[in-house]
Structure formats: C-alpha cells, structure tokens
Design a protein around this ligand. Structure first.
Ligand SMILES: [Zn+2]
Ligand SMILES: [Zn+2]
Length: 366
C-alpha cells in the first residue's frame, strides 16, 4: 500500500513537473544563443577577410599608381612602358610580401582561434599600436619604405646590394646547388643579423630601432614597424654574408625568403613553442621578451628564427622564465614615439637618430 502510494505520488509529481517540458524552453534559448553567436562570428570572419583583401588590393593599386607616376616623371608614359610596369608588377616582391602576410595571418588565426589572433587585433577595434602597424604595412606594400631607404642612404644601400650580387657570383658557394648553398648562406645571415640587432640596441643606433619597440600590442604586423635607416642596415647585414660566402641568385632568393618569413614568425601569437628554444631556435614568446617594457628583460633574445647566437654569447633568456602578461613598449630614450601618430613617428626616425648622434658626439668623454 505504501509502495502504491509512493508510486502514485511520484507519478503525480512527475506528471505535474514534466522535466522535459521545463527544459525545452531553456534548450531552445541556448540553441538560439549559440546560433546567434555562430552567425556573428561568421559575419566578423567574413568582414575581416574582406577588409584584409580590400587593404591589400588598395595597397597594390597605390603601388601601381606610384610606379606609374615615377615613370611619368622620368620621361613619359608610353603604352609599352605601361605594359612593362604591369609585367614587372606581377613579379614584384610586394606580391610575395602581401601574400605571405595574408597567409601568416590566416595560419596564425587558425591555430590560436579568432579571439587571440593578430587579425582580430588589427581589424576589429584596433588599438593605436595596431593601427600604426597597419600604416607601416602599407608603407612596405606600396614601396614607400624601400624608396625612403634609397633616398636616405643616397643610393648607397642599392649600390652595396648590386656589388654583393656581383661579388657573390665569384664566392666559394657560387658553384654549389642552391639547396645546399641557401641553408649555409642563411646561417651566415643569422650571425650578421644577431650582431646588427645588438648594435641597434646600443645608444649610438637605438633611436633608429626604438620605433620598432614602441609597439604596445603584439601582432604579426609589428614586423613591418621599422625605420627606413634600419631597413638599410639590415639589408647591408644580409648583403655582406652573400658577398663573402658567394651564392647563386637562387640561393640568395631562398635565404631571403626564409629571412622574410622569420620576422613574421617571431611576431606571431602562436602559443606553446618554447621547446624549440632547446634546439637553438626561437619561439614567438622569446621575442615577446625582447619587446618587454621592463628593464629586467632588456637586451635579451636578439635572434629572430635562431636563438643559438644568444645562447652562445650570453643574451638568451628562456621564455618559460617569464610568466603572465608582459607589458610592451619603450620607456626613457626612444619613448618619444607615439603610436597614435605613426606618420610623424615614421618621418622623425632618421632625424631623431641624427639629433641623438650629435648629442653623443658633443657629450664630454667618460
Ligand atoms: Zn630589438
Ligand atoms: Zn620585434
């Protein structure tokens, strides 16, 4: 009787509560919210892809106009010349750079997820720092950065590169296969890049490099945030090993492409790669340490793709020793760069360096 009463009571209670009926609206609300979220994410992703493609197309169009104007200024725009620009334009390094950058952004976003990606930081409500990065990317894509380097060095950088190309044809690696010569040449370049980066951190050259460190938000496009004079110094440090070791044009092209890739790699937000440091390679986190605002992290991890030279010369800091969020930016000398005014920052780099040099030369010794 008690059992029957219990069963009856239970049936009655269950009948009144009807859990599936109570849950149904909640499940429906959750499903609707998820659907809404997914639609919003898809919308953001498509809009961002559209913005990136639009920005790239605009930069390419501007490059085209820029080259056409140069041609016009140098003696008239004939149809044959226009055809020459179009064919040269199709092979231009700007396409390699733009395509590589777009691919790097997409690969990074597919690993980190949209929320943590550089693409989101650059395109959805970008910070002043990220907006500045986009301006530097535009300079690189439009050819403006290369033109400024030529102008400021009075053609010296281009002349040294031309000499290096000629000298490399007679060097010890010139007769070797490009696939054998390129890794050796690249290894030589990492050594020169390490020392050139250390020099850029001395008080004699720091104002030229501080603009790179002025970024407060870490994105792949930080890689483009460089002064024209630093571009010249880095170009020379790559031309020297090419001239000394000697290598075919193909080997130089392969080594240069890897060197272009490395800087995108180190400024990416890819996580969990600290184990690479144990075999002498760099990780993005190791480069975050290099960009740290705090003095205890300064002058560490100069290498981009290779940390071997840091490990040999005592400037290496294991990225696992630096936990949590690391504030980025510059204090003291070099803090005059303001991420809210990237055009002014870009224009003042060379001038700031000259002023700093003058002060150093006038300062009493000791
Ligand atoms: Zn640096
Ligand atoms: Zn950097």
């Amino acid at each position: 009787m008690a059992k029957a009463t219990l069963a009856t009571a239970c049936a009655g209670a269950c009948g009144r509560i009807r859990p599936e009926a109570a849950l149904r609206p909640a499940v429906a609300r959750l499903a609707a919210a998820l659907e809404e979220q997914a639609a919003a994410s898809r919308g953001i992703a498509w809009r961002s892809l559209g913005s990136m493609s639009g920005a790239l197309a605009a930069a390419l169009a501007l490059t085209f106009c820029f080259k056409a104007l140069l041609l016009l200024a140098s003696g008239g725009l004939a149809w044959a010349s226009l055809a020459a620009i179009v064919s040269g334009f199709a092979n231009a390094s700007v396409l390699v750079y733009g395509g590589g950058l777009l691919a790097a952004l997409l690969i990074e976003a597919s690993v980190t997820g949209w929320q943590a990606s550089s693409a989101r930081r650059l395109l959805v409500a970008p910070s002043d720092s990220a907006r500045g990065d986009l301006f530097f990317v535009f300079l690189a894509l439009s050819g403006g950065a290369a033109a400024a380097t030529t102008l400021l060095s009075a053609g010296l950088v281009d002349a040294v590169v031309a000499w290096s190309d000629a000298a490399s044809a007679r060097g010890p690696l010139s007769g070797q296969s490009a696939w054998l010569a390129a890794p050796l040449l690249y290894f030589g370049m990492t050594f020169f890049n390490y020392w050139n980066h250390r020099l850029l951190h001395t008080r004699w050259l720091w104002p030229l490099h501080a603009v790179h460190h002025s970024a407060q938000d870490f994105t792949i496009c930080n890689a483009a945030r460089v002064s024209p004079t630093e571009i010249g110094i880095v170009t020379l440090s790559q031309a020297l090993p090419a001239a000394l070791l000697g290598a075919s044009a193909d080997a130089i092209l392969i080594a240069s492409l890897v060197a272009s890739f490395e800087i995108l790699w180190t400024h990416s937000r890819l996580p969990g790669l600290a184990w690479l440091e144990r075999i002498g390679l760099s990780s993005p986190r190791a480069h975050v340490i290099h960009h740290a605002r705090e003095a205890r992290y300064h002058n560490r991890n100069f290498g981009d793709l290779v940390l071997l030279w840091d490990q040999l010369f005592g400037t290496y800091l294991d990225s696992r020793q630096a936990r949590g969020e690391i504030p980025l930016g510059v204090d003291g000398l070099g803090s005059g760069y303001d991420c809210r005014r990237p055009v002014r920052d870009y224009l003042q780099t060379h001038w700031a360096w000259m002023c700093s040099l003058r002060r150093l030369l006038r300062a009493p010794a000791g």
